[in-house]
Design a protein around this ligand. Structure first.
Ligand SMILES: *Cc1c(COP(=O)(O)O)cnc(C)c1O
Length: 232
């Protein structure tokens, strides 16, 4: 089932890119494996997936040693500062940086471990009360401040669009993220390249691809419904 789902998702990404005149190679599919067992992750791995997303540090730490070492793990969930030390050096990218204090902690840990951490700034593009992320108008300031810290590379922006029946409703938020990234890129800030936009989930990843996503984060569409819902 996982292999068939993956084929379908890849096909839809390809078609969305075609509609938008983009190359499908510009989009990386992150299989969001939160709450799913290692057996299912391995099935996706065997079907060719190398990028996986998790939203809980503890779950990530449990899974990493039990799965192939060439998996690129993406931290996509809200991150507390006291957990940063477990992640640094273990993940490909942290998608959910939403405060300077968190960026400072990542920087401190990166310097301590002598590595560089790739991050995205999480933007609350729709201004939802329940969501983490900075407001669009605060984004540039956080990008600038984070980029000035040692051990951090700001690679772009991430957003979690509202839950909706109609993906079209979210196009405006994906566009907001894209426009923000273009504006910030134009400022030529040292140590900042806005190439990566992480946006689009099972319900709206095709729209996100049309609007310039570099990463789409798909869970349910690959692994099926989650039996217990974790907070995002
Ligand atoms: C769970 C989660 C996803 C995947 O959601 P689906 O609707 O199952 O595709 C994507 N991004 C984040 C941040 C998540 O927490």
């Amino acid at each position: 089932m996982i292999r068939e789902n993956l084929d379908a998702v890849h096909g839809k990404i390809r078609q969305a890119c075609e509609r938008a005149g983009r190359s499908p190679e510009e989009v990386t599919l992150i299989a969001v494996s939160k709450t799913k067992p290692v057996e299912m992750i391995l099935e996706a791995y065997e079907a060719g997936v190398r990028d996986f997303g998790e939203n809980k540090v503890q779950e990530l730490m449990d899974k990493i040693p039990r799965l192939p070492s060439d998996i690129r793990w993406h931290m996509i969930g809200h991150l507390q500062r006291n957990k940063v030390k477990y992640l640094v050096g273990k993940v490909e990218m942290i998608h959910s940086v939403d405060s300077l204090r968190l960026a400072e902690e990542i920087s401190r840990e990166a310097v301590k471990q002598g590595c560089e951490v790739r991050i995205l700034i999480e933007v609350n593009a729709a201004g939802e009360e329940s969501k983490f992320g900075v407001r669009p108008e605060e984004t540039e300031a956080l990008v600038r401040a984070a980029a000035a810290l040692p051990g951090i590379r700001v690679c772009g922006l991430m957003t979690i669009a509202p839950l909706t029946e109609n993906a079209e409703d979210n196009r405006i938020f994906f566009r907001t993220l894209k426009n923000l990234s273009v504006d910030i890129e134009r400022k030529n800030i040292d140590n900042v390249h806005m190439a990566c936009l992480s946006m689009g989930m099972t319900g709206d990843y095709e729209t996100a691809c049309e609007e310039g996503a570099a990463f789409v984060r798909v869970g349910t569409g690959i692994f099926g419904e989650r039996s217990w819902q974790t907070s995002v």
